[in-house]
Design a protein around this ligand. Structure first.
Ligand code: ARG
Length: 417
């Protein structure tokens, strides 16, 4: 019998998928559950997979792979989708796809499967990533193909003896891993409605956060955070501690109307305390250690990378090339940043680096100023020369359309007088 490897979360969707793959594709089902942080009871998920009919149920702790090969690269790149989303789910999918492919090869499987719907981004990320890594594998998405509603799924589950957790029916659609939590649907579908407090789990409301700020010092080596308050940390602990501390201070809530790959806009709530703090700290260190042109061009690259990651193109050669650029920029991004956490805000309040390009003797307005003021005169003359020539030859002192009201205001004043 042919084998399919199913990405299995233990929830209703993917549990129903096990039976459906057996019935409709007559395939042997092997499940793969991947721990990217914040997983509930993994042994229980494994048992449930077996009970539901999986031939084999694998569980893989992929937290370190996730951090080293996805989270840190995204942090170094500064990749934030639409200025709001730190890409937690989007970064996890290509890793799950890679592990599905690995297991499929070990098991001699012909196909892999996932529980994504036909409306979301995750189907895109799974399908495209699997096809990039293993063009010979078939990808099956039972929920997309089948198009069942929640009620129909529950009926199918009951019929097939699959346990449906009673009373645990969430009004929200959730996804979470170490890097962030996403909350959709239910009351959030009306973009005018303020997210109810029960949508949030990792963060307190800023108005209920402590009245005393917390400070955290984060040390980076070549763009990667390595310690907190002077104590060396591995990635998992560092991110977890910042999630906890940031969450306590109401840091990392995002309310965003997002452009999905499939063309619809959706209202998304995110909680990403660690991501928020680390992105701010990393950016502050880059501001100090990257040259102006490097820093400006890197923003363009970051924007492009965020679109690639969001759109499921992690394994594209363009992403690989852009990431090589990003890595090269991080040679000098070492140092320490101090961040203040207070009532929903993470604010950088100090930074230092052995590679700092900031020179107090050049920046100062006090004595000891080493800046050559006379040289500025000539520089400014030449910097503005083409603008000046154009003004004289072509514009003849006409009004600038950039400030169309200036004249009218003057005329009105004159009338009033
Ligand atoms: N909108 C986010 C993304 O596309 C999160 C999706 C996660 N899924 C969910 N059911 N909340 O990456």
């Amino acid at each position: 019998m042919a084998t399919v490897v199913l990405a299995y979360s233990g929830g209703l969707d993917t549990s129903v998928c096990i039976r459906w793959l057996q019935e409709h594709y007559a395939m042997d089902v092997v499940t793969l559950t991947i721990d990217l942080g914040h997983e509930p009871d993994l042994p229980a998920i494994q048992r449930k997979a077996k009970q539901t009919g999986a031939r084999e149920a694998y569980v893989v702790d992929a937290r370190d792979l996730f951090i080293d090969h996805f989270i840190w690269p995204a942090l170094k790149a500064g990749a934030v989708y639409e200025n709001a989303y730190y890409l937690a789910t989007a970064l996890g999918r290509p890793l799950i796809a890679k592990l599905l492919v690995d297991v499929a090869r070990e098991e001699g499987a012909e196909a892999v499967a996932h529980g994504s719907t036909g409306k979301g981004n995750d189907q895109v990320r799974f399908d495209v990533s699997v096809h990039a890594l293993a063009p010979e594998l078939q990808v099956i998405a039972p929920v997309r193909e089948w198009g069942l509603t929640r009620d129909q799924e529950e009926a199918y589950a009951k019929e097939h003896g699959i346990p449906v957790p009673e009373g645990s029916r969430q009004p929200y659609s959730l996804d979470q891993n170490l890097w962030g939590r996403s909350i959709e649907s239910g009351p959030l579908e009306d973009p005018w409605v303020e997210p109810p407090e029960d949508a949030y789990e990792w963060t307190v409301a800023p108005e209920n956060a402590p009245d005393t700020p917390a400070y955290v010092e984060i040390a980076f080596e070549e763009g990667i955070p390595v310690s907190l308050n002077g104590q060396e940390k591995n990635g998992v602990d560092l991110i977890q501690e910042l999630n906890d501390l940031g969450g306590d201070h109401g840091v990392g809530r995002v309310d965003h109307v997002e452009n999905r790959v499939v063309g619809i806009k959706s209202r998304e709530i995110y909680e990403c305390p660690a991501g928020t703090i680390l992105f701010k700290a990393h950016e502050a260190l880059e501001q100090m250690t990257l040259a102006r042109d490097q820093s400006h061009f890197k923003r363009v690259v970051a924007e492009e990378i965020s679109r690639l990651v969001y759109g499921g193109l992690w394994f594209s050669t363009l992403n690989r090339d852009l990431m090589a650029f990003v890595d090269s920029t991080q040679r000098s991004v070492s140092g320490t940043v101090r961040v203040k956490l207070y009532r929903g805000q993470a604010t950088v309040v100090g930074r230092q680096s052995p590679y700092s390009l900031y020179r107090e003797d050049l920046a100062t307005y006090l004595s000891g100023d080493a800046f050559d003021h006379r040289a500025a005169e000539g520089f400014v003359k030449i910097w503005g020369l083409s603008t000046q020539v154009q003004a004289r030859q072509q514009l003849h002192g006409e009004d600038t359309p950039l400030l169309p009201q200036a004249k009218r205001l003057e005329a009105k004043d004159a009338e009033d007088a």
